[in-house]
Design a binder for this molecule. Structure first.
Ligand code: GLN
Length: 281
């Protein structure tokens, strides 16, 4: 970042935007979020006080973060947090960064979970816990289970559950259902890894810094979905439903897997952009 005597918020942002625009499509937004993080203020503060001069420590911290962002590190890993369904979740490089795409899975789940009756649900491969914790908070009567293979991810999820006061979530370390004895679930949910290892999407942007175990699945991205669909059968109650997020181009294959595993009433649901992204059965 170019050094000048003017160290106002506005000039810091202009310099950071210039530095980041070579590698980020959201350079100004990134700069603003990182500056807010260093100042411990929100973005309206930047608008209201463009001439404010931060402390030297704040400027130094900002310049380090901008440099890391320029090298490609996702903003959420630099600030250690990301908002999802209006709640702030801690994130670390051990977990996938929450994406707006996953709100479709939440919307569908909320439409299936009554507010006045206790239900039992499980989120497999919970990562930072966004699905389990959001549903636990929105449906306090629901008994929520969550699992992940990664103990580091479970630490993040447990921290989020505690911070967000989602006391009704029970966590377990498990590869899909391998260590889960509980049965009779109303809903089994997952945003599993579903990207093929040769997908060029993996070589650009933030995904390069995210855990492969949360992104990549063998067999053209379908192996984990198949395993989940097979295992979920014996853990669902009668009329229970499996809901899985997948890639926009996997609808046919995922529906075929659901059929092979004996699911009925198989539907694929589209996200806001009209892409088929969640299959239920
Ligand atoms: N939708 C994410 C992406 O394209 C991947 C999420 C996942 O594999 N579960 O980056």
């Amino acid at each position: 970042m170019s050094k000048s005597n003017d160290q106002s918020l506005l000039s810091l942002l202009i310099a950071a935007n210039e530095q980041l625009s070579r590698t980020s499509e959201t350079a100004m937004l990134d700069a603003e979020v990182l500056l807010c993080h260093c100042l411990n203020k929100n973005r309206s503060f930047l608008r209201a006080w463009p001439e404010h001069q931060p402390s030297e420590e704040q400027i130094a911290q900002f310049q380090i973060l901008v440099e890391q962002r320029a090298q490609g590190t996702p903003v959420a890993y630099l600030t250690g947090q990301r908002e999802f369904w209006s709640r702030n979740f801690k994130v670390s490089p051990d977990v996938l960064i929450p994406r707006p795409d996953t709100e479709l899975l939440i919307e569908l789940s909320l439409s299936l979970l009554p507010t006045d009756q206790p239900c039992k649900i499980i989120d497999l491969g919970t990562g930072s816990g966004i699905i389990a914790i959001t549903l636990a908070a929105e449906r306090p009567l629901t008994q929520v289970f969550a699992s992940d293979l990664s103990s580091a991810a479970l630490d993040v999820a447990r921290y989020n559950a505690q911070q967000l006061k989602a006391g009704n979530v029970r966590f377990a370390q498990s590869h899909w259902f391998d260590n889960i004895e509980e049965t009779g679930f109303d809903l089994v949910l997952s945003n599993p890894p579903y990207i093929a290892d040769n997908d060029p999407h993996l070589t650009i942007g933030d995904v390069r810094f995210e855990p492969d175990s949360a992104l990549i699945s063998p067999d053209n991205g379908l192996q984990d979905i198949r395993q989940l669909a097979e295992q979920a059968r014996t853990h669902l109650k009668d009329q229970g439903q499996l809901l899985i997020e997948h890639g926009y181009n996997q609808q046919t294959e995922v529906q075929a897997i659901f059929h092979e595993c004996g699911y009925r009433q198989i539907n694929t649901h589209a996200d806001l952009s009209g892409n088929p992204r969640v299959t239920s059965g």
